[in-house]
Each structure stands twice: as C-alpha cells, then as structure tokens.
Ligand binder design. Structure first.
Ligand code: ZN
Ligand code: ZN
Length: 257
C-alpha cells in the first residue's frame, strides 16, 4: 500500500460539502494517507481546522493573496489563536498573485511579509502561492528569510532557473500538482527533472486543477496518486519510490509523522 500525502488541498471547501466522507474514503483507498487542508483567510482557516479535526488531517492557517485586501490590521493577533492548535502544521497559503491581482499589490506584499514574520517566530513552515510575481516574491524572501526557515512553493509553475533560485537560496520545496500532466507544461516538467525527487512534494490543490485524465473535473486528494505515477515516469523511478521519497519530504518539512 502506498503512503502518499496530499500536501495541498482545500478539503473544507464547499465543493466537498455533499460528499466529503466519500472523497476522504477514496483518498485513503488510493493510498493517500493524509492531507493538509489549506486555509485561505481567517474564516476559511477555522473551517480547515474543523475538518482536519474531524477526519484526522492537518491544516494550515493563512491569508491568500486574493484575500489580502480583507486582512485585519493586526494580522499577528488574528493568527495567534491558530498557532497553538495541534492540527496546524504551516502558515499559508500566502504569497503574491499578479495574474489575477484580486488585491492591490502593495497590500499583497504587506500581508505576505506579515505571515513570513509569523512563521519565523512560530517556527512553522510556509506554504507559498506565487503567480506572475517572481521578482517581487524573491526580493521579499531575500529580505525576510533566515537560516532554518522552511517552506514550499505550492503549485509550482515556474521554469528551471526559478526552481534553482528557490532551492539554492532558500532550500524551498516545490509542490507539484496536476498541472505537470498538462500538454502545455513542458517547462514545468523540465524543472521537475532538473530538480529531482529530493525537493519535490505532491499535491492536488483540490478542488482545482485535476490532472489528466480528469482535467476539467473537480479535483480530489485521491488523484495525487495519478500525479505520483506521472512524476515516476518523468523521473524514471518506481511509483513506490516516488511515494516514499515525497512522503519523507513532506514529513520533514511539516514535522508530521
Ligand atoms: Zn494557491
Ligand atoms: Zn490552494
């Protein structure tokens, strides 16, 4: 039996309200032992914690760049109740999204910096969401990063030089999801091959971004096994090796057992 981990899902999302029990059963039948259900704002993080408790999953506390415009003035105080919660294993998702620009860029930057500071202080890893903002994202990391900090660039969609920057400068992991299976994703595949299994995590970002052959359907954590099989072929590894190595990476990053 595989023991995969879906390191980035939104299982508390309303997209799962009608069949969450069944989706989690399918996840475990597919060899996916657990998942991190990721918070996108404070109310969403509360739901993530509830679902994580109910189903023995993990959760993260974060304010997504899309929601940064509604962040409280005192972000630190708002996060404090979550930091002691035994289900919370990370801060995020947080980052910069200049593709959608749903929040003003200066606000996205302020809210990202605040969450990096919280993670630094609480000694928690960060789950980063980044799209079309590489220069600003890396310059904020350069200013805020300290030795010993940990994190993942989830839903990695960059190229090989970007992957190299994340890994060489910050020792980040790359979160690989369904996009890697898309026809148009050759640059991502090249970066995955150049990076190798040591720095890869597997994720779905459920309910979004289902891998081929489920593209366009609602994504769910069971499909992390589809992406694992795809990555195994890409790296000329067995599925079992990809599962055990990526799971070891996730356990190291999030300090879970
Ligand atoms: Zn994201
Ligand atoms: Zn997400």
């Amino acid at each position: 039996m595989l023991r995969l981990i879906d390191t980035h899902a939104h299982l508390h999302d309303k997209a799962f309200d009608s069949d969450r029990d069944a989706a989690i059963e399918r996840m475990r039948s597919a060899g996916v032992a657990t998942a991190i259900t990721v918070g996108c704002d404070l109310a969403d993080t509360l739901r993530a914690v509830e679902v994580a408790h109910k189903y023995e999953l993990y959760a993260s506390a974060g304010i997504h760049p899309h929601e940064a415009k509604d962040a409280p003035a005192d972000i630190w105080a708002a996060f404090r109740p979550f930091l002691k919660n035994d289900r919370i294993v990370a801060i995020g998702e947080t980052g910069l999204d200049y593709y959608y620009d749903n929040s003003p860029r200066d606000v996205q930057q302020r809210v990202l910096r605040a969450q990096i500071a919280i993670a630094r202080d609480a000694n928690l890893p960060l789950i980063f969401h980044h799209r079309d903002a590489f220069e600003d994202f890396v310059s904020i990391l350069r200013a805020e990063w300290r030795p010993g900090m940990r994190g993942v660039v989830h839903c990695f969609t960059g190229d090989t030089p970007q992957a190299k920057t994340y890994i060489d400068e910050f020792e980040l992991y790359l979160g690989i999801g369904g996009i890697v299976t898309f026809k148009t994703a050759q640059l991502i595949r090249d970066a995955v091959v150049a990076t190798g299994i040591d720095r890869l995590l597997l994720e779905t970002d459920s309910p979004y971004l289902a891998p081929v052959p489920h593209r366009g359907e609602r994504n769910e954590p069971a499909y992390v096994a589809v992406t694992a099989q795809y990555v195994a072929e890409l790296l000329h590894m067995t599925l079992a090796a990809v599962a055990s190595r990526s799971t070891d990476n996730a356990k190291t990053l999030f300090k879970i057992t």
